[in-house]
Design a binder for this molecule. Structure first.
Ligand SMILES: NC(=O)c1ccc[n+]([C@@H]2O[C@H](COP(=O)([O-])OP(=O)(O)OC[C@H]3O[C@@H](n4cnc5c(N)ncnc54)[C@H](O)[C@@H]3O)[C@@H](O)[C@H]2O)c1
Length: 322
């Protein structure tokens, strides 16, 4: 058994909520921390959904679900949330200023032995190591969304991370049913997001620039990736519009990439401003449950009666750009 038994998850959104539930399901005692009671309530609602998903997809019994719930606690008081933590997993928004502030607030409150891991998707632990006040006990542990199916943790160090921290993080990953992926050099995006973020960004560009529709982007992807269950637009819904927006706007600004900024503006206008956050709220590019891409006819050869509509879309699209 690893030394890590008490885990605190900072941020109870899309990923924090999953990490907290899964970690409790795997037998650890978990405190979920967020800044508001509303956020915690959203997390509790997500946990009710995960209870059903774990029964259906993971084979959890009622007793397993009850035991998971008994190991979970929710808090909006940071001192209370971290006072017994062996490991804090940070899953607050992908906004450097927010992460830095949380680490600085937490530093004086932590027991001396506590390890900290960031679940950041695209940022580097080295940029926050000083703010944690314990750089040797800090590393990245990056989960993939839908962690009960995509059960990997990418383990990545920065120069000051100790061997012992990496050993404990890796033991924890294995004990909680995750395949540890060793990232050998610091890399924004680790292994997964080095290709995943460009994939969903390219798909978004096709939509932002009016080259294609979300459905046709996914149709194309699913046709040529036989066996895949989601195309890139559905994956954007799964990631969540807020985090997708944060990534697009931050990296758009850092790299002075106008297309990324245009993509961010599109996501804001079409989704965030309307309170549509993706799968989390039941509406993004698709409507959930039973999204169109899961319907039987989504990938079928269409009826000849559809020819007129397809021709008009191609014709009008080109003529409007003349
Ligand atoms: N969404 C994904 O698919 C995914 C996958 C892997 C990693 N991540 C990473 O996980 C982190 C969280 O992403 P998410 O998608 O869960 O975001 P999210 O927007 O769904 O959730 C973020 C949560 O953090 C809370 N929060 C905001 N400020 C806070 C603070 N100061 N202290 C504590 N909580 C605070 C928010 O209220 C919200 O509940 C990001 O770094 C993201 O890059 C996301």
């Amino acid at each position: 058994m690893s030394k890590i038994q008490n885990v605190t998850v900072l941020g109870s959104g899309v990923l924090g909520g999953q990490i907290a539930w899964h970690t409790a399901y795997k037998g650890k005692t978990v405190v979920v921390y967020d800044i508001s009671a509303d956020a915690v309530d959203r997390c509790k609602a997500a946990h009710n959904q995960y209870a059903e998903i774990y029964k259906k997809d993971v084979g959890a019994s009622e007793a397993d679900i009850d035991a998971t719930r008994a190991r979970l606690r929710y808090s909006i008081d940071l001192a209370d949330a971290v006072e017994e933590a062996d490991l804090v997993i940070e899953a607050v928004p992908e906004v450097p200023a927010i992460k830095t502030e949380v680490y600085q607030q937490m530093a004086p409150l932590l027991p001396p032995h506590t390890l900290i891991a960031t679940n950041s998707s695209t940022l580097l632990a080295r940029d926050f190591a000083a703010a944690t006040g314990r750089p040797d006990k800090y590393c990245a542990m990056h989960y993939a969304n839908l962690i009960w199916i995509m059960n990997v943790i990418e383990v990545m160090a920065h120069k000051q991370t100790s061997r012992e921290t990496l050993r404990e993080a890796t033991e924890f990953a294995i004990e909680t049913g995750m395949v540890p992926i060793a990232v050998l050099k610091e890399q924004n995006g680790y292994v997964l997001n080095t290709w995943f973020v460009p994939l969903i960004t390219a798909a978004q560009t096709l939509v932002t620039n009016g080259i294609s529709t979300p459905q046709d982007v996914d149709r194309t992807y699913l046709k040529v990736n036989a066996g895949a269950s989601m195309g890139p637009m559905a994956l954007i819904d799964m990631v969540g519009m807020k985090t997708f927006f944060d990534v697009l706007s931050y990296w758009g600004q850092v790299n002075k990439d106008q297309q990324m900024l245009d993509n961010a503006a599109y996501v804001k206008a079409h989704f965030l401003d309307k309170g549509l956050l993706g799968t989390q709220t039941g509406q993004g590019y698709y409507t959930y449950p039973n999204p169109a891409f899961q319907q039987k006819d989504f990938l079928a050869v269409p009826d000849l009666s559809k020819v007129g509509e397809i021709v008009e879309r191609v014709y009008l699209g080109v003529s409007s750009n003349v």
